[in-house]
Design a protein around this ligand. Sequence first.
Ligand SMILES: [Zn+2]
Length: 169
Amino acid sequence: MVYPIVKFGDPVLEKPAAIVTQFDEELRKLAGDMFESMYAAHGVGLAAPQIGISKRIAVIDVTFKEDPSAKIVLVNPEIIHTEGRLTSNEGCLSIPEFREKVTRARRVTVRAQDLEGKTIEISGEELLARALLHETDHLNGKLYISHVSALKRDIMKRKIRKMMKQGEW
Ligand SMILES: [Zn+2]
């Protein structure tokens, strides 16, 4: 099932999501629906709050369907190691039409659980590192715009408010 993507302005995006404790059929269905919703929206990562579900689960596929083995499900993820810096353009399905340069770690290791509840560790660099950080941020109620300058963030928020008023958001 494809869920509509929740956009910036919805409070679900800015509160920490709840820890997942049930590793059941419902969770597996949610992960499947999240991949479907992410692909439908042409994204490479999606966190559950972005479909209005405040649970600590995110999906990532930086190859966008090209490599089925690149599909990642993160349940209750935690960043345990970061290394280096890399500045690159970043966007978010919940903040469509905007992209900003964001400096993040170049290499990242995340500890999470899989859909069976087993502890896993995933390391990535560059785009994958960025996705791991971006999606983990989402589960903590944090958006990528918190990593851009206050000035740029204000400009974005002003544009978004204007679009909201015109019913274009
Ligand atoms: Zn996002």
